[in-house]
Ligand binder design. Structure first.
Ligand code: ADP
Ligand code: MG
Ligand code: ZN
Length: 614
């Protein structure tokens, strides 16, 4: 597509240059001599020539004098041009000299000059116009700049199937329904079943979101229209919106089909977060058009809109509303098994030496995306070619991994000992969450390093902020956050820097319990924190100015007591369920992720003691 684009630009630019050159040539050689041969002379010279009787004919305008000379036989004669100065004797002088003179209304040479440009341009313009029209039929028309750039590749043609995407079983299951629908929309509409209009694939870059969308179309065997959000960012206002309209028009005609908007964050960025710097009219118009198109068609029309982003948090809320991208599918970094599959897919056509151990490659590449792995295979193959080998060796893989790691920097290959520590840390969080009655259930635990630099994470649902939580719930939350450190203490009899972030959150929360929520006996129901929004940078954890040093000390002491109690509680709970702790950590080391259901199977959650609120 880029090639076509640049050809088009190159074409018109070259055309313009030729046209201007031709026109100038025409001006110089043909038109100019026809119109005038023209010399500026000073008034004094005019007077001298007049007195000397050298002047044949004079034409006067309001501000100019034009004259020809007697001796000039040029065809047409040269016109001398004088700026008319204030000279009351001019007419007398002309009469005395006996030359023919006449006046003329002040026209200038603009019209002839213009004609001199326009006439030669005409044929060029015609050629250009017809040329463009012909190109328009092949889809390169400048005049149709608003037409959608979406390429249509039919699913059958891409031939991409789920088997070409590794480590996405869960995602494939979620997409299954969409595929069934696209295969036979009638069946769904007959039963009155409602399907999501939009599916948003969310995940870090290079995890195969684009590939998955193509595979969905491929599996269903329907046309696949794709466009990237960054394509919409055009310089002309209105073009993006026109493209969206056109894209949906095309898609509706070819239903059932998939419309895929890659990098939707480029247009779907929250209108609030963009701020007021510069005009974002274009992006906003495009977004509005997209929203109205999505609202404008019925789910049973057989068009499924898929989109991908790696920054869901910046998306405009409006996009995520029901009836739009109301289904989100997480496409995470691959697990060890997933990485193994991806390596399989990408080495299918690569000659591997006997010593290559893809299991090991998968093992040591925690945190690598599918794209990183594809990159490693390619890099290894290149190394083998360069060395003149006819098969890729394990040495090539090791070097390739090193290179990719160096290129990515952030990504860390977890050594087994470190992996074990991270596994116990996260297992500690998860287990404490699981065995307390009022804590949100664990959704998923992972020890795949994240792009943000965390070595692992425990995902609890829901994760929203503290709206209304009882003291006991807060204490449980503290214990969960200290669970990682507690597990390290218990198993390794030692703590690590990995808990620094946990401690930061814990300390902040415990302090708020003391200074904002009035949850200690010793300090009572008094607010010690500054008013929200005041204090340094609006930080609510600053203490009021009028607090005595003794009270401040007491606040610190109480905060510490709360944290220590929570830690003891965490340690006690882990001791009590030590077998489960070992088991969760073992599964994590093996598979890198463990689901909430699996944890539930290992330890039953005690019955809820309080109604959950908020
Ligand atoms: P995303 O859209 O999530 O950024 P892409 O789908 O563009 O990722 O992936 C880029 C390339 O990386 C793909 O073309 C493919 O070669 C490889 N890749 C990424 N994820 C996978 C996967 N799960 N299985 C196989 N190949 C993958
Ligand atoms: Mg992509
Ligand atoms: Zn932690």
């Amino acid at each position: 597509m880029d090639k076509k684009q640049s050809k088009k630009v190159g074409f018109s630019a070259a055309y313009l240059v030729v046209a201007i050159l031709l026109a100038s040539l025409f001006q110089e050689l043909v038109f100019r001599p026809l119109v005038i041969r023209w010399t500026e002379v000073p008034y004094s010279q005019f007077l001298k020539q007049l007195e000397a009787g050298e002047i044949a004919e004079v034409t006067l305008t309001a501000d100019r004098i034009m004259y020809t000379c007697c001796g000039d036989t040029g065809q047409p004669p040269r016109v001398n041009n004088v700026v008319r100065v204030e000279d009351p004797d001019l007419i007398q002088r002309l009469v005395d000299a006996g030359v023919t003179f006449s006046g003329k209304a002040p026209t200038n040479a603009l019209l002839p000059a213009l004609l001199g440009w326009i006439i030669p341009m005409l044929p060029l313009g015609l050629i250009w116009y017809f040329g463009m029209r012909r190109m328009g039929q092949t889809g390169m028309d400048v005049l149709s700049i608003g037409k959608s750039k979406a390429q249509e590749i039919t699913g059958e043609k891409t031939g991409i199937k789920f088997e070409d995407v590794g480590g996405v079983e869960e995602v494939a299951v979620e997409l299954k329904e969409i595929i069934d629908f696209l295969k036979d929309p009638e069946r769904f509409t007959r039963l009155g079943a409602k399907l999501p209009k939009g599916v948003l694939l969310v995940g870090p870059p290079g995890t195969g979101k684009t590939l998955l969308a193509k595979a969905t179309a491929g599996e269903a065997g329907v046309p696949f229209f794709s466009i990237s959000g960054s394509d919409f960012v055009e310089m002309f206002v209105g073009v993006g919106a026109a493209r969206v309209r056109d894209l949906f028009e095309q898609a509706k005609r070819r239903a059932p089909c998939i419309v895929f908007i890659d990098e939707i964050d480029a247009i779907g960025q929250s209108r609030v977060t963009v701020g007021a710097i510069g005009s974002n009219d274009e992006r906003e118009q495009t977004l509005n058009q997209l929203l109205s198109e999505m609202d404008g068609f019925q789910p049973n029309q057989g068009v499924i809109i898929m989109a991908a982003t790696n920054r869901p948090e910046i998306l405009d809320r409006a996009l995520l509303r029901p009836g739009r991208f109301d289904r989100q599918i997480q496409v995470g970094l691959p697990t060890e098994a997933g990485r193994r599959q991806i390596l399989n897919i990408h080495t299918k056509n690569v000659q591997l030496a006997q010593d290559v151990d893809l299991d090991r490659v998968a093992q040591i590449t925690a945190g690598f995306s599918g794209a990183d792995l594809a990159n490693i295979v390619n890099e290894a193959a290149l190394l083998a070619v360069r060395a003149g080998r006819d098969a890729v060796t394990m040495g090539d893989f090791d070097l390739a991994i090193e290179r990719v790691v160096a290129g990515l920097q952030r990504k860390i290959t977890l050594k087994p000992e470190l992996k074990r520590r991270v596994a116990y840390h996260e297992a500690g969080h998860a287990l404490v969450a699981q065995v307390q009655p009022d804590t949100d259930p664990v959704h998923k635990v992972s020890i795949i390093p994240t792009a943000k630099g965390a070595l692992g994470y425990t995902l609890q649902m829901p994760e929203e902020d503290i709206y209304l939580m009882s003291k006991r719930e807060l204490e449980e939350r503290l214990a969960v956050m200290l669970g990682g450190r507690a597990a390290e203490l218990l198993i390794f009899n030692d703590t690590s820097t990995g808990a620094a972030n946990d401690l930061e959150v814990v300390t902040g929360l415990a302090r708020r319990m003391v200074t904002e929520f009035g949850m200690t006996e010793a300090l009572g129901p008094v607010r010690y924190a500054m008013e929200a929004g005041t204090g340094y940078l609006g930080r609510p954890d600053m203490l009021r100015q009028d607090i005595s040093p003794e009270t401040a000390t007491l606040i610190d002491k109480e905060t510490r007591r709360i944290i220590e109690e929570a830690q003891q509680r965490a340690v006690a709970l882990l001791r009590q369920h030590i077998d489960a702790l070992h088991e969760i950590a073992r599964i994590l080391q093996e598979k890198e992720v463990i689901s909430g259901e699996e944890i539930k199977r290992l330890v039953q959650k005690p019955t809820q003691l309080t109604e959950s609120v908020g």
